[in-house]
Design a protein around this ligand. Structure first.
Ligand code: MTE
Ligand code: MO
Length: 215
């Protein structure tokens, strides 16, 4: 029951984590929620205060970073991605048929993408609260994606844009990190850590990046 997915260990705490320049970039701690919904849509719109009018859910879920640390049972609150998609994106932005490749951009310049099909799962949230308190800047304020079945690098923090696209063209994992670090699905259960690189090789390399304080 308490077993973690293959290749993961229980971290000693929840720290801010990110690739080099993204982890250290300073962001305004009190930025208000403003997410541009764009891409291959009929009319780009901005999600702001209307986020708070969407039906909300609470959920407890595990969090698995690709560098092999995991945290169990984190309490998130926010709006299901599927609710946001059906009640806001479809009626207001109007994605064109086939716009099923979804790119998430953070205010720190980080970005990542997932197929729409994966995002419509019940446990995928746009979260703005953690353990009963507003999401702090270290964990993604004002709002972040939480996709528990996927490695943490898909759960983009500080969301400022969500793009619905008909193809992967024009999307690239942020410079200077190689695209092989960005598996198109990154499902934890299938240990989809990276593209092409076998897990026996990538696991020990990634482990070097686990912060000392959570080992
Ligand atoms: N905007 C942004 N989102 C991001 C990252 C980042 O550097 N910037 N890092 C990703 C990675 S690799 C992980 S494991 C989680 C870490 O979330 P945390 O900082 O709340 O621990 O955020 C993901 N989302
Ligand atoms: Mo990660």
């Amino acid at each position: 029951m308490n077993a973690l997915p293959h290749g993961q260990f229980a971290a000693k705490g929840f720290v801010r984590f990110g690739l080099g320049r993204f982890r250290t970039r300073q962001l305004a701690p009190d930025a208000s929620l403003s997410v541009t919904i764009a891409g291959d849509v009929r009319s780009p719109v901005t999600l702001g205060e209307r986020f708070h009018a969407l039906p909300r859910v609470n959920q407890r879920s595990h969090f698995h970073c690709v560098t092999t640390w995991s945290l169990r049972d984190l309490g998130w609150e926010g709006v299901r991605f599927s609710t946001f998609y059906h009640q806001f994106v479809v009626p207001r932005a109007g994605p064109v048929p086939g716009a099923e490749f979804v790119v998430f951009r953070g205010a720190d310049g980080y970005r990542c993408a997932l197929p729409l099909e994966d995002l419509l799962a019940d446990d995928v949230l746009l979260a703005d609260r953690l353990e009963g308190a507003p999401l702090g800047i270290e964990h993604g304020a004002p709002m972040r994606l939480i996709a528990p079945a996927h490695y943490g690098y898909k759960s983009v923090k500080h969301l400022c844009a969500i793009e619905f696209r008909t193809s992967r063209r024009g999307y690239r994992f942020p410079f200077p990190y190689p695209g092989l670090m960005d598996h198109p699905r990154a499902r934890v259960a299938l240990e989809e850590r990276a593209r092409w690189v076998p897990n026996w090789l990538i696991r020990p390399i990634y482990r070097l990046f686990v912060p000392r304080e959570i080992r």
